[in-house]
Design a protein around this ligand. Structure first.
Ligand SMILES: [Zn+2]
Length: 240
């Protein structure tokens, strides 16, 4: 069929591709790598789409988010979550989500699984384990370096107090080796007491604290001496 002169045949504009999202509405898609829009063609979510904000929502900036195939967070709303560790309900707030995904660089498929107190406890526990493995590596490299042996013993004690187990005997061995090498480092005696105490050997602990108090020059050891004295009193107090 010939087009009749004088009549403009309107070019059909290709339909704008969108994908419906329960929160963000009809999200426009752009040609490009990323979200698959079907029909064998790759599409990506339009980073400049600005849906209306529901009340309490915080605007997201997709250009600052790390995602592969997830829908970008055009805005954030408070999310109700259940803590993996304690089972309590908690709110993963819109502001906190924005901070996670746009400042800290967490991927969009990451989500808060613990309430704040459990998150803090988890980080502390992870810190204690890492401190012990770091100290253990440092000790292998420099077994008679006083800070390395002292840090290893302190890390083992913290680990034992938090988790109920730690390589306390190898910490004691490291402290004794350091004491033979550098007798003036009297903190080794105090820490040996702490290790024995953490290992459930109160008599050995008390003996170490006594030796420490006898050997420690008062200057520079006041805090440790106070602690050793308090621990000694508790250990020798008759059980009621
Ligand atoms: Zn919790």
């Amino acid at each position: 069929m010939e087009a009749r002169p004088g009549r403009v045949v309107p070019r059909r504009r290709p339909a704008r591709q969108t994908r419906r999202h329960p929160l963000f509405g009809e999200v426009p898609l752009l040609p490009g790598p990323g979200a698959s829009g079907g029909a064998g063609r790759a599409w990506t979510y339009d980073p400049d789409y600005r849906p209306d904000l529901p009340s309490g929502a915080v605007r997201g900036d997709p250009r600052r988010q790390l995602f592969c195939c997830e829908v970008p967070k055009y805005f954030y709303v408070d999310a109700d979550e259940t803590c993996r560790d304690c089972g309590a309900g908690f709110v993963f707030s819109a502001r906190e989500q924005k901070h996670w995904y746009e400042t800290l660089g967490f991927r969009l498929d990451a989500s808060a699984v613990r309430c704040l107190p459990c998150r803090r406890a988890f980080r502390r526990a992870r810190g204690i384990s890492r401190a012990l493995s770091d100290a253990s590596r440092a000790l292998v490299e420099a077994p008679l370096h006083p800070p390395a042996a002292l840090a290893y013993a302190r890390a083992a004690i913290a680990h034992a107090e938090r988790f109920g187990h730690a390589p306390l005997d190898s910490a004691i061995a490291a402290l004794r080796a350091l004491r033979r090498h550098a007798p003036s480092v009297v903190e080794t005696i105090y820490l040996e007491g702490r290790c024995a105490e953490a290992a459930g050997r109160p008599r050995g602990a008390a003996a170490s604290y006594e030796r420490f108090l006898a050997a420690a020059p008062p200057r520079g050891n006041a805090a440790l001496a106070r602690d050793a004295r308090a621990r000694l009193e508790r250990l020798v107090a008759p059980a009621d």
